[in-house]
Design a protein around this ligand. Sequence first.
Ligand SMILES: *[C@@H]1O[C@H](CO)[C@@H](O)[C@H](O)[C@H]1NC(C)=O
Ligand SMILES: *[C@@H]1O[C@H](CO)[C@@H](O)[C@H](O)[C@H]1NC(C)=O
Ligand SMILES: *[C@@H]1O[C@H](CO)[C@@H](O)[C@H](O)[C@H]1NC(C)=O
Ligand SMILES: *[C@@H]1O[C@H](CO)[C@@H](O)[C@H](O)[C@H]1NC(C)=O
Length: 509
Amino acid sequence: MVAGARSDLLALLLAVSAPFWLQAEELGDGCGHIVTYEDSGTVTSKNYPGTYPNHTVCEKMITVPKGKRLILRLGDLDIESQTCASGYLLFTSSSDQYGPYCGSMTVPKELLLNTNEVTVRFESGSHISGRGFLLTYASSDHPDLITCLERANHYLDTEYSKFCPAGCRDIAGDISGNVVDGYRDTSLLCKAAIHAGIIADEVGGQISVLLQKGISRYEGILANGVLSRDGSLSDKRFLFTSNGCNRSLSLEPDRQIRASSSWEWTNEAGDQVRWSPGQARLQDQGPSWASGDRSKNHKQREWLRIDLGEKKKITGIRTTGSTQSNFNFYVKSFVMNFRNNDSKWKTYKGIVNNEEKVFQGNLNFRDPVRNNFIPPIVARYVRVIPQTWHQRIALKVELIGCQITPSETQGNDSLVWRKTSPNIVGSTKREDETISKPTPSEEMPEGISITTLVIPLVLLALLMAAVGIFAVLRRRKKKGNTYGSAKIQKTGHHPACHQGEVRKAPSVN
Ligand SMILES: *[C@@H]1O[C@H](CO)[C@@H](O)[C@H](O)[C@H]1NC(C)=O
Ligand SMILES: *[C@@H]1O[C@H](CO)[C@@H](O)[C@H](O)[C@H]1NC(C)=O
Ligand SMILES: *[C@@H]1O[C@H](CO)[C@@H](O)[C@H](O)[C@H]1NC(C)=O
Ligand SMILES: *[C@@H]1O[C@H](CO)[C@@H](O)[C@H](O)[C@H]1NC(C)=O
């Protein structure tokens, strides 16, 4: 998008000021949900699929690795303006311009660009209605890219493979069913794949779908931060083909499960009631394991440790709370540790940000919730460490996985995953993370020292003025047409449901 001089300038600014970097990359408060990864992502207008605001701008540069071409796929475009004078969507690459698009004009569903970079610009004037846009993109390695909005009943084939972009989890739209029984064919494909643990929302990926005869009822559960709904009879349902590493790993209660503490109390009849770690198997009836300490602020973390006897590949975990209606205890979020015979405990981290990954746990004492490990954990010991809970820590667990293959045996106790390149192209920031992170101005970007920031303010002001002039020149160059005149404002972050955040639990009873 930028000429040499301007990119030099941006590079300099980038080194000087992190907040400015965010602004340069994503201009305006008209952007909604944005998730980008190395080679795919999702961008929407603000409030999508609700009505976008008056007088707003969203400008976002998207990039796939050098040498690849960029595929843009519009899932939805609904802009009220018929002439593009007071609202439009425009794509600008170094060599071409696509759009402006608006109103009822026919818009290409998919664009294959000659470049690996494009600037997406959305602008609105005064209007009454319109959803704005939903755009997905990927590199040309993924010609079978779909958007977050495709449902299985969109395709007639009984077997097919598609590429889901990063960022479909939090797009509005229902799914019904679960990974075992399958999903109702009216469900969103990519969201269902995240629910099923086939792909991670942060990354996206290839899915393989099998269409089968429908069933009379689809049972909804919470899995991987996505809540599927109960669904009624349908003609067709779909299943994902998986690598088969999905068996329940058997556990011996007394030998293999330990905990930091357990709860004991004496009932009215004078009997000792124990909620011991051996009771933490999901398949067992009766009360679960519960921790002895019920204070919320204790320093020492409680844990439940499982010894699998040997190194195994662990692809998921299912958890419940107490399962007893008179003990409304459950764990709302947790992190995972893993280790082998004599190594140190390691924390399971997110794919993208290298931070401790917080899993969304139970919503009530009863219903099982599943979380998948993408990439899988390969370890002999795992530890569940509750982070937040309702009343008291109480857990039953089931680990899902398989034996490791000989080649994996030789490896380190580690994660089986393709290496992410150190110089990740494109941003891995997700807008909805901001509620759990310090604001950009509080956060020092890695490798930038205080001294760098003490560059005289005069210089900074000069640079900003220069960028302003460049921006004006650039606008003039575009056929003298500015398509409306909404003000560019500071990047707005709006809080959304973060994956580590626990959704509001429906009231039990
Ligand atoms: C935009 O402004 C007009 C006029 O003030 C108002 O009628 C309309 O509801 C506004 N639209 C939105 C989406 O806020
Ligand atoms: C596990 O994977 C195999 C192979 O893909 C599949 O046939 C089976 O239905 C899966 N089981 C569950 C419980 O998902
Ligand atoms: C880990 O310990 C088990 C039993 O104590 C032993 O059989 C196994 O060989 C050990 N593995 C390694 C890699 O040392
Ligand atoms: C295990 O990790 C160490 C250090 O991280 C590395 O030097 C070694 O090559 C790894 N071994 C295997 C088999 O990957």
